[in-house]
Every structure is written in structure tokens, then in C-alpha cells.
Design a protein around this ligand. Structure first.
Ligand code: C2O
Ligand code: CU
Length: 464
């Protein structure tokens, strides 16, 4: 199965309202409030899946009945509703990564909603304010639940977007499987204290190096989400002209060719690719980080050339994110560091039993008078600048829930003023992230390398 949609198909799904790819297979709840469209049903399930050659992998988790979690489609500014039904034997929730939802819809257990136990359900309802590529995943026992498969991509469409010949959605992730195709231990403490424990099998849309057909000379909109729990990618496209049009759900101010573009867990890449004119030509999306560069997926040119030109592609509309006021902004110092290893108390929604990492010297949950107090209380409507500093020898994709920030400056590189929810901070880097605290509630801030998140590198802001 490929997630490869032609424009005509997009039109029909859009006309059907909230329907997304795969929606037909996961079904809708009949008879739900007549005036509204029926919510999308996202039911967690334990399945077997063919993730590598040989025996199928048991104990794979997904939403739906078979294969990868569906690509969920929403429309900017239009109400969306989904019912999470929990079909697995441990509590779960859904977090809509990067979407600026009301706090109660953010899916963080204890902080904003109760656990959803086996057999129970929870209704999520919100209107996505921003268009772009996002993703969804649980916020409970995440190393296992996400590690075993519960990571899906979200596309928030904007009818005003420029028209492409084809769109491709790619869910990038790895799996920790042994030679027999079965899950092995989810992490090793000595790796959790470094870059994290890597998967052994790499996939795109749950396949090893899938190939997709795309019209020769056509323009492809490739949306990739890194939903892995550990792996930082460095992207390059070979065999075609390609340009980055959006990152983390927001258009880039200046388009550029990806040349070992590093993005971490939680981040999303949107590329415009111009397919070669010759039928049969192969374009590859690669990860060139580390010693084992790898082809993630390929595109094959088919048919007579459409002779389209990347330069004719219009701009993407900016999302309505409030502009940070630099003159009145208050500073929030945020230092990421390693911490003395100790066996941590149980945190919110499970910990891995160790602490290795800290934010402002405190590993989560804090060894402080109120161990679960927020990192800072922010005033609704006030502008803030996070002064974030990485004192560790590892990169960390730091993710803020509920609000988008703008990258203002970095001590180590020239940065574009990107709007984002996740910043991959490099060792010894200091970065300024500006945002307006315009969404009331409790919002997590954590490293998206899940082993780091679960061994101390977590906190939250309270906006009141
Ligand atoms: Cu991708 Cu706390 O989330
Ligand atoms: Cu980290």
C-alpha cells in the first residue's frame, strides 16, 4: 500500500469532508450528532505486520485494523473531530503534535486529560488554525507505544495552496527488531544517556525503501514526518531538482535545496520536487547522516513529461501565528544538561526508571518542593524569548506544545526566521526562540528523543 494521492483523489476526499486516506478502512461512527460530520475513528489495535523479510512482527500497535496508522486529513479553519477508542491493554491518549489546539485537546495525561483505559474512548474536537504537515501519537508509555507503531502523519490542507501534480506523504521511522523480526528491548540505559537507542530496521510508510510513481516533468509535494523515537536525519534528494518549501508545518521564508538538512524526531519536511523528463528516471530521498547513508524512498518518473517548472510554484500562505514583540518580550533562560544518574521516581505517565538529563539543572520530575511545578508561569498575551543553551555533547529536538515559536538567532549558524514547534539544538549551541503566550493552559516542553524525555528532559509552561 502506498500513500500516493493524485490531485483528483484529493478533491474527492476533500469533498467528502473530513475523510482521510485510509478513513474507509477505519470507518466512521454511524449516528453521531447529525449536524456535525461524524468523527474520525482512531482505534488502537495490536496487529502483526510485515516490517522486514521473514516472519511478520507480532505486537505491532496501530490505529485502525491493518498496517500503518492512517494519514489524517484536516482543513485549516474547519472543525475536526476524532474519537480515540482504546483497543490495547494499557492506557493511551492522542497528542496532535504541532497543532495549536485548546489545552484540553492536547492529549497529555494528568496534565490536561485523564487516561483512556482499554475499552474506553475520548472525543477530540478542535479547529486547526494552521495548514501544513503535522503528526499524532500517544503521550503515555511512549517509548513502547510509539516504538511499536502508534505514530501517524497529519495533513492540514489549505485550499489556497499552490497546485502540485501529485502529493506524497511519508512516515519515517525505525523499529527495534531482532533477526527473527520480533521486538527486542526498547532501550539500553547506556545509550539513553547518550544519543538514544537506535532502531535496527528503517522504514518509510512501514516499508523498506518504497518506490512511488510520479508524472515525468511533474511537481511533487513530498511531506515527510520523522516519527521515530530516536533518529536524527540529514536529508538530501538525488536525481531531481528539489526545494524545501516548509518545515514543521510552516512555510520557509527562503526556499532552499536540502543538502544534509538535519531534522530530528518530531520534525517535518516539505519538499517540492521536479521530476525528471525521462520516463523511468529514479529520484531518491536520502538520509546522509552518519556512516551509513541510506535511501529512504524513491520516486520513478512515468509518462510523457508535463514540463512543469519549480519556479512557477506559488508561495504557501503563512500561518496566523502571533508576531513576538521583541521590545516587551521577557526572557526565559533554559539550559539543557546531563545530570547525575540516579533512579528516578515515577514521572507523569511512566518513566524509564533513570534520570540522565535536566532542564535548568532539574531532571523531571523535579527533586524540588513541588516536583511537578511548571518551569515558568507565563502571562496570557505576553511575548517571551526562550534563551536555550545546550550544554550536552548531543543534539536535542526540543518540542513546545500548544504554541509556535519563531527562531530568532543562533550562536553557531545563520538561521532563517522559521516558525516551528520543534527546534533541533546542536551541542554548544545557544538559540533564541520567540513566541507569544497566547494559548492558556499547561504546555509541555520536552526533548523528542523519547529516552531523553523520559529520563529527565521534560518540563512545562503554565499560561494564565
Ligand atoms: Cu510529539 Cu509532547 O510530543
Ligand atoms: Cu534529547
Amino acid at each position: 500500500m502506498t500513500i500516493f494521492t493524485r490531485r483528483a483523489f484529493l478533491k474527492t476526499t476533500a469533498a467528502a469532508g473530513l475523510a482521510g486516506i485510509g478513513a474507509a478502512t477505519i470507518g466512521r461512527l454511524a449516528g453521531f450528532a447529525a449536524a456535525k460530520s461524524a468523527p474520525l475513528i482512531l482505534k488502537t489495535a495490536t496487529i502483526e505486520a510485515q516490517l522486514m523479510d521473514g516472519a511478520p512482527t507480532k505486537n505491532v500497535l496501530t490505529y485502525g485494523e491493518a498496517g500503518m496508522p492512517p494519514v489524517v486529513r484536516m482543513r485549516k479553519g474547519e472543525p475536526f473531530a476524532a474519537r480515540l477508542i482504546n483497543g490495547i491493554d494499557e492506557p493511551t491518549t492522542i497528542h496532535w503534535h504541532g497543532i495549536r489546539v485548546p489545552n484540553k485537546m492536547d492529549g497529555v495525561p494528568f496534565l490536561v486529560q485523564p487516561y483512556v483505559y482499554q475499552g474506553d474512548h475520548f472525543d477530540y474536537e478542535f479547529t486547526p488554525p494552521d495548514a501544513g504537515t503535522f503528526w499524532y501519537h500517544p503521550h503515555c508509555n511512549t517509548l513502547i507505544q510509539m516504538g511499536h507503531g502508534l505514530t501517524g502523519v497529519i495533513v492540514v490542507e489549505n485550499p489556497k495552496d499552490p497546485v502540485f501534480d501529485v502529493e506524497m506523504v511519508v512516515n519515517l521511522r525505525d523499529w527495534r527488531l531482532g533477526d527473527d523480526g520480533q521486538f527486542i528491548e526498547p532501550f539500553r540505559p547506556r545509550d539513553a544517556a547518550k544519543a538514544g537507542t537506535f532502531g535496527t530496521v528503517r522504514t518509510a510508510n512501514w516499508q523498506g525503501q518504497p518506490q512511488f510513481d510520479a508524472p515525468a516533468g511533474g511537481l511533487v509535494r513530498l511531506r515527510a514526518a520523522i516519527t521515530d523515537v530516536t533518529h536524527i536525519y540529514a536529508f538530501r534528494v538525488d536525481g531531481a531538482e528539489a526545494t524545501v518549501i516548509a518545515l514543521d508545518g510552516n512555510p520557509v521564508p527562503q526556499r532552499f535545496t536540502p543538502d544534509a538538512l538535519q531534522l530530528g524526531p518530531g520534525q517535518r519536511l516539505e519538499l517540492a520536487i521536479r521530476m525528471p523528463d525521462e520516463e523511468g528516471a529514479i529520484v531518491s530521498l536520502r538520509d546522509v547522516r552518519g556512516t551509513k547513508p541510506k535511501i529512504l524512498a524513491t520516486l520513478r518518473s512515468v509518462g510523457r513529461s508535463l514540463k512543469h517548472d519549480l519556479r512557477d510554484l506559488g508561495r504557501l500562505e503563512a500561518n496566523p501565528v502571533a508576531e513576538v514583540d521583541l521590545t516587551s518580550a521577557k526572557r526565559i533562560p533554559l539550559a539543557l544538561s546531563a545530570t547525575a544518574e540516579n533512579v528516578a521516581a515515577d514521572g507523569i505517565c511512566g518513566s524509564l526508571g533513570y534520570s540522565f538529563w535536566a532542564i535548568n539543572k532539574v531532571p523531571w520530575p523535579g527533586d524540588t518542593p513541588d516536583p511537578t511545578a511548571p518551569l515558568a508561569e507565563l502571562k496570557l498575551g505576553q511575548s517571551y524569548i526562550i534563551d536555550m543553551e545546550n550544554l550536552t555533547p548531543h543534539a536535542h529536538p526540543i518540542h513546545l506544545h500548544g504554541m509556535s515559536f519563531k527562531v530568532l538567532s543562533s550562536s553557531t549558524r545563520a538561521v532563517q526566521p522559521l516558525v516551528s514547534d520543534t527546534y533541533l539544538i546542536q551541542p554548544d549551541e545557544k538559540v533564541q526562540l520567540g513566541f507569544v503566550a497566547d494559548n492558556p493552559g499547561d504546555w509541555l516542553l520536552h526533548c523528542h528523543i523519547i529516552e531523553h524525555q523520559k529520563t529527565g528532559m521534560t518540563s512545562y509552561f503554565r499560561v494564565v
